[in-house]
Ligand binder design. Structure first.
Ligand code: TYD
Ligand code: MG
Length: 462
């Protein structure tokens, strides 16, 4: 953060983002906890206000109530008009909730929110779309391709937070979109847009407005180079829901994933395809992720994964080839790198398949990221298949967690995975023995329960 030079018009104090220590002037390093570049400027709130109101947080002045006496609110949700998007939100937009949508530049954040804005506007009521990044003409130009049409979407090209709040007051929209939180600046702070203090101030004020007016609010968030949301960590704590927009620029499909949700399950997934007319929901992602599969090639296995409440079949590809002397490489895309090292060690010790000195490449086809342990057996199967040059038997899908002893452990939601596999025409599934015993009677797909990696490899390869 640049050090402010001129004397600020408003009285401010510098607060450390990591320990909360206060200082009268800016320091590059917090004098209390030693964190670098963590001091953020904040306005000094008038001491007249006490308690949470001092920090701009809502307070009701209520006394504690007995759990049994609290009426459950029928929390009706607004439909965004996008079934895939509603699914990620946990079943629609919750009134008064604040949702942060993060993602890399150009991934489609503005596109998705403008499409959602148009649908909410025509179904529920006016939407205010405040953009600090594009002019109203640019937004309109995009909207024409997306078919926004006559829906009452109000566009405001504005970075000043107070002006945005004034327009909220005037228009009383049913939904507010702020694109992006990093460009919103409050005149109460002299620091630059995007600085920790500004982002925190803007987010807190918008949260306050959202709760006070029961106004659902979407904030677009930029991500840093390492892929995490830019700005203070506190941003993620303040909002109700954090969504990440993922996907590779070179692939047409995009995945929206919930990483925090006060109103629904996390790791819930929505899949879209970027087309000339904007984002189009993909109702059957398994079909998409398997569509270009080169069946019958060694090193390819079909994994039954579950993301959130949704089963997805994906292809795990592995290529094991002789590396140049001393430069054995391990490259993982779509799975955790450390998990790959662990699985290679298990393969060597428990199944006698050593990849020492060989290059190992593992990839989840289509650019999806799978982080659940049940993916292990799919990865192991693909690697072993490539090493031995033997194909995985046709029509076979696989899932299961692999332990350090080479044992195959049960996975969650086996029924769901099997149903998806059967629906897509897989006739055989290699799965943990425990899961096979529990689900045997109810499936159309032949089950092959296994207890160890060795058993699994015997059952999988031809
Ligand atoms: P955008 O929503 O501007 O991304 P973000 O707000 O996350 O930075 O998306 C821009 C990209 O989407 C751009 O590369 C072009 C592409 N796109 C389409 O392919 N089709 C469309 O209809 C639109 C509106 C955008
Ligand atoms: Mg944008």
């Amino acid at each position: 953060m640049p050090k402010p030079t001129s004397k600020p018009a408003v009285q401010t104090v510098f607060v450390c983002g990591s320990c909360g220590a206060r200082a009268g002037k800016w320091h590059g390093r917090c004098l209390d906890c030693g964190a670098w570049n963590a001091m953020a400027e904040e306005p000094v709130r008038t001491p007249a206000a006490v308690g949470p109101a001092r920090f701009g947080l809502p307070t009701t002045g209520e006394t504690a109530r007995l759990y049994a006496d609290v009426d459950p609110v029928a929390s009706e949700r607004l439909a965004s008009g996008f079934a895939e998007f509603d699914r990620v939100l946990g079943g629609g937009i919750v009134p008064g909730s604040v949702v942060l949508l993060g993602g890399e530049p150009g991934i489609g954040k503005s596109t998705l929110l403008l499409q959602a804005a148009a649908r909410v506007a025509s179904a529920i009521g006016p939407v205010l779309y405040a953009s600090g990044e594009e002019s109203t003409h640019q937004i309109k130009d995009r909207g024409r391709r997306l078919g926004v049409g006559e829906a009452p979407v109000w566009l405001l090209a504005e970075t000043c937070l107070e002006r945005i709040l004034d327009e909220v007051e005037r228009l009383r929209p049913a939904l507010l979109i702020v694109d992006s939180i990093q460009t919103a600046v409050s005149t109460a702070l002299p620091s630059a847009p995007g600085s920790i203090g500004q982002v925190r101030e803007a987010a807190t004020r918008l949260l306050f407005t959202a709760k006070q007016r029961n106004l659902p609010t979407f904030l677009v968030g930029h991500v840093t180079r390492d892929g995490s949301l830019a700005g203070p960590k506190v941003l993620e704590h303040v909002v109700d829901t954090v969504l990440y927009f993922e996907g590779e620029r070179h692939h047409a499909h995009r995945v929206v994933r919930a990483v925090k949700n006060r109103f629904g399950a996390v790791s819930e997934l929505g899949v879209f395809e970027m087309t000339g007319a904007g984002l189009v929901p993909v109702p059957s992602p398994s079909r998409l992720f398997l569509s270009e599969r080169a069946a019958g090639v060694p090193g390819s296995a079909v994994l039954c994964a579950v993301e959130g409440s949704r089963p997805i079949l994906v292809e795990v590809q592995a290529l094991v080839s002789t590396g140049a002397y001393g430069t054995a490489r391990r490259t993982a895309s779509g799975i955790d790198h450390n998990r790959l090292s662990l699985l290679l060690a298990v393969l060597e010790k428990r199944a006698g398949l050593s990849a020492a000195g060989e290059d190992v490449f593992v990839n989840i086809a289509g650019g999806l990221t799978v982080s659940e342990p049940a993916a292990d057996l799919g990865v192991v199967a693909a690697i072993a298949s490539s090493m031995r040059g033997r194909r995985i038997r046709a029509g076979t899908a696989v899932f299961g967690e692999v332990g350090l002893g080479g044992e195959v452990r049960s996975a969650s939601r086996a029924e769901l995975r099997l149903r998806e596999a059967a629906q897509l025409g897989f006739t055989r599934c290699v799965l943990p023995a425990g899961d096979a015993d529990r689900t045997r009677a109810s499936q159309d797909c032949a089950l092959h329960g296994v207890r160890s990696v060795e058993e699994a490899l015997a059952a999988l390869t031809e």
